[in-house]
Design a protein around this ligand. Structure first.
Ligand code: DOR
Ligand code: ZN
Length: 353
């Protein structure tokens, strides 16, 4: 039996939701990961440090007994965000970054930024306080094809932004294209990218060929095969600019299986198994630890985890559905067999702080 023991990974991009759903989904992440960067796109969004700290308490309150899972909080950047709020993020140990959603780009992004360049004075404050900017990198211009929105965002917005703010730490979240991977590779230090398991495993045929499969619909949308291959190459390259971010994004079954289905794939139930499958497919399972457990912590200047976890190569079946509050959640690859299995984490250390 092939076993793989590695430093406990962290999830540098996670949606946990709130209320009844939160309790049912956080257990999946807490079982595998030490920490997670928690996305702020709740309804209403998490726009202040006060909101973020209250949300963090709600997360901690529903963690399983003895869990050491540490939620790292982010704030949602809006047209109204103030310089004072940026300073508060810097001064608060539990808050780590601002998330930029271009208004209208994705789920719960209505309160997002309407014109990025208008926020340059605020980005200057973020740069000065060394508060990272996490970017949903897609234009919302209806004239731009949905498959090109990441590439165009990089050209129109990200490239000039990085020129203008040479010291701002930036994460281009969930990259999905060859252009995205190449852009990150060519960028200065202090610029990184997360990559999801589903974008490493699937191209757009999974979504659209032989029938429309809403559980493969996420934003940024799955791309062509050469893009998937470029992402796999980047993730397995050992380059510290690339790190794990599941973008696990639960939506109730009715919201996904609908005439206008929501964007988001729920992958937290089998996150490491999915990444291990992708890395093994590239003959690069030995690179998983650096991508999943080391690079992200280094980017965020946090200590690497000291616990170890073990995966083994043995098949198991993903359940057809799981509970999410009062609703059903269809986990990614429901009913299918995966070849890797998360078997254990060392007993939890006390939660820091
Ligand atoms: O597919 C996605 N789902 N992409 C996002 O950017 C947001 C996320 C969500 O919150 O559901
Ligand atoms: Zn996300």
């Amino acid at each position: 039996m092939t076993q793989l023991t590695l430093t406990q990974p962290d999830d540098w991009h996670l949606h946990l939701r709130d209320g009844a759903a939160l309790r049912d989904v956080v257990v999946d992440s807490a079982r595998q990961f030490g920490r997670a960067i928690v996305m702020p796109n709740l309804k209403p969004p998490v726009t202040t440090v006060e909101d973020a700290l209250a949300y963090r308490q709600r997360i901690l309150a529903v963690l399983p007994e003895g869990s050491a899972f540490d939620p790292l909080m982010t704030l949602y950047l809006t047209d109204q965000t103030t310089a004072d709020e940026v300073r508060r993020v810097d001064d608060t140990a539990e808050t780590y970054a601002f998330k930029l959603y271009p208004a209208g780009a994705t789920t719960n992004s209505e309160a997002g930024v309407s014109q990025l360049e208008a926020l340059y004075p605020l980005l200057e404050v973020m740069e000065r306080h060394d508060v990272p900017l996490l970017v949903h990198g897609e234009v919302t211009d209806p004239g731009i094809d949905i498959f090109d929105r990441e590439k165009v965002f990089i050209e129109r917005h990200l490239s000039p932004l990085l020129e203008r703010f040479p010291c701002l730490r930036v994460v281009l979240e969930h990259i999905t294209t060859r252009e995205g991977a190449e852009f990150i590779l060519d960028s200065r230090s202090g610029v990184g990218a997360t990559i999801t398991a589903h974008h490493l495993l699937f191209n757009r045929n999974a979504l659209l060929a032989g029938g429309i499969r809403p559980h493969f619909y996420c934003l940024p949308i799955l791309k062509r095969e050469p893009h998937r291959q470029a992402l796999l190459k980047a993730a397995t390259s050992g380059n510290p600019k690339f790190f794990l971010g599941t973008d696990s994004a639960p939506h109730a079954r009715q919201q996904k299986e609908s005439a206008c289905g929501c964007a988001g794939c729920y992958t937290a139930h089998a996150a490491l198994e999915l990444y291990a499958t992708a890395f093994a497919s590239a003959g690069a399972i030995g690179q998983l630890e650096a991508f999943a457990s080391l690079h992200g912590a280094d980017f965020y200047r946090l200590p690497r985890n000291t616990r170890r976890i073990t995966l083994e190569q043995s098949p198991w079946d993903i359940p057809d559905w799981q509970r999410c509050g009062d609703e059903e959640l269809i986990p990614f690859l429901a009913g299918e067999t995966v070849q890797w299995r998360f078997i254990s984490a060392e007993s939890p250390a006390a939660r820091p702080g």
